[in-house]
Every structure is written in C-alpha cells, then in structure tokens.
Design a binder for this molecule. Structure first.
Ligand code: THU
Length: 133
C-alpha cells in the first residue's frame, strides 16, 4: 500500500501530539507513535515507564497492542516522534511490528517538513518468523 507524503506528515504529527501524553519520568525521553492500518485506521501509543524498569513499554508496541485489540492486524506505516526529535524504533519494537507487516513504512524525523522513511524489512533484515499454528 502506497503511503503518500501527506499521509506520512499526518501520521508524524499524530505521533508528535501523542508524545505529549507519554509517561517517562525516569528517562525523560518521551516517545509517541502513530500506526496506520491498511484499513485506514490510526492508532497511537506512548512509552509508559515503570519504577520496575523492565515493566515499561515503548510507544510503538503500545500502539500495536491497541491496534490488535481493536481488530487490525495489517499495517501500512508507523510514525515515531520523540522529545529529542528523530527516533527509530528499538530492536524489540522492530521485531514486534515485523510479525504483522514486514513491508510497512517506518517514518521519523525532527519536523514534519523533513521526514525520513524506511521499509521495516530494511531496518530488520532476516527478521524472525515462527510458523503460526
Ligand atoms: N522508547 C520507545 O518508546 N521507543 C523506542 O523505540 C525506543 C525507546 C522508550 C523506552 C523508554 O521509556 C525511553 O524511550 C528511553 O529508552
């Protein structure tokens, strides 16, 4: 599915708006994500940290959990924005997204006028796949 540059901007601005709701009192690094399903829905997520550090979740996987819970499993793109500007998804998030749509676009940048976009399968070559039962 082709994601137009207008749609990329919209997704990025949605991610940027979401990062204002991040809960990141330990790292001070706020992240927002906006995940576009092939069906046209947009799901947002923020990082949600925990005093028990390992219990925290990244913005991308928070958005993914919301999308799957709502019934969407095929994605065209995800935009990521952070309080420090450009931010690419961590390895765990790349793998979690790869499960559903390896060919989705990953978008980030410091401002909507200057975005970068890469295919997830280029960011995670030879991603892990387990046969579905
Ligand atoms: N974080 C994300 O939300 N997404 C990423 O892809 C990388 C890191 C969060 C986790 C933690 O709350 C903070 O950023 C600092 O690592």
């Amino acid at each position: 599915m082709k994601v137009t540059s207008d749609k990329k901007k919209e997704l990025y601005l949605t991610a940027k708006e979401a990062l204002g709701r991040a809960y990141a009192p330990y790292s001070g690094f706020s992240v927002g994500a906006a995940l576009l399903s092939v069906s046209g829905n947009i799901y947002t997520g923020t990082n949600v940290e925990s005093g028990a550090f390992a219990a925290g979740i990244c913005a991308e996987r928070a958005a993914l959990a919301t999308a799957v819970t709502a019934g969407d499993r095929e994605f065209a793109a995800i935009a990521v924005a952070s309080s420090e500007g450009e931010a690419w998804p961590c390895g765990i998030c790349r793998q979690a997204l790869y499960e559903f749509s390896p060919e989705m676009e990953v978008i980030t940048g410091s401002r909507d006028e200057d975005l970068f976009s890469e295919k997830l399968s280029d960011l995670l070559p030879h991603g892990f796949r387990l046969e579905r039962k």
